[in-house]
Write a protein that binds this ligand. Structure first.
Ligand code: PGA
Length: 256
């Protein structure tokens, strides 16, 4: 049984006070004893410490939105994985489509960041997903396989214990256009088959594959109940407890 993960990607949103309030509201829903689902929030780096303090003593995990593939040193503006673990972060999002699109992160950069995150003891949430024109051209499977091949290059079976995949069709991110349950399931099944071919059936069976792209309370139950969908990476709806909590509940309902 794969334990669902509900992860909130706050992107470049919140201020110190709203970050603290949001984290406190979520921490109340996720006591340390909660073991049906994993809930992770990924605030802006400058608010990590505020959010970690609000989550302290609860089961709410905190992660970064991005991290460097380098050791600490002369890299202006970057955040080292060592700094994320030093603060108490459990995980980091790597290769989000906004990083790929606006900051030129290609699969080989995603790969070196993933390796560095794993070597530092972080769980890597590695994002893949096709553009609209790639889907329309019937290239979704080829795009996903090529992103997986590049992003997970050189990783071992052991490494995969700390890798989570997020399937985020780029056309569904922040657009309100959600993938249908069938489109999500088809892509997730394709990713799982790829994992089996590249690693083995145990890795394929154990790896959590999250769906991301306009997940909202009204579509969460349908998406999360697909057999190969093991959780969600949520942007906009993760900024409001009244939207994110029902999504957490929908994830929990799949294991009840
Ligand atoms: P969205 O973002 O839920 O606002 O579409 C998802 C993401 O980018 O991770």
């Amino acid at each position: 049984m794969r334990r669902p993960i509900l992860a909130g990607n706050w992107k470049m949103n919140t201020c110190r006070e709203s970050a603290r309030a949001l984290a406190s509201a979520l921490a109340e829903q996720v006591p340390a004893s909660r073991d049906d689902v994993e809930v992770i929030v990924c605030p802006p780096a400058v608010y990590l410490e505020t959010v970690l303090a609000a989550a302290s003593g609860s089961g709410l995990q905190v992660g970064g939105q991005n991290s460097s593939d380098q050791e600490p040193g002369a890299f202006t503006g970057e955040t080292a994985c060592e700094m994320l673990t030093d603060l108490g972060c459990s995980s980091v999002i790597i290769g989000h489509s906004e990083r790929r699109q606006f900051y030129g992160e290609c699969d080989s950069v995603v790969n070196s960041k993933t390796k560095k995150a794993l070597a530092s003891g972080l769980k890597a949430i590695v994002c893949v997903g096709e553009l609209l024109d790639q889907r329309e051209a019937g290239k979704t499977k080829a795009v996903l396989e090529s992103q997986m091949t590049g992003s997970l290059a050189d990783l071992s079976v052991e490494d995969m214990a700390n890798v989570v995949i997020a399937y985020e069709p780029v056309w569904a991110i922040g657009t309100g256009k959600v993938a249908s349950n069938e489109q999500a399931e088809e892509a997730h099944a394709c990713l799982r088959t790829w994992l089996e071919g590249r690693f083995n059936s145990d890795v394929a069976a154990a790896t959590r594959i999250l769906y991301g792209g306009s997940v909202k309370p009204d579509n969460a139950a349908g998406l999360l109940s697909q057999p190969n969908v093991d959780g969600a990476l949520v942007g906009g709806a993760s900024l409001k407890p009244e939207l994110f909590i029902p999504i957490i509940d929908a994830g929990a309902a799949t294991v009840a």
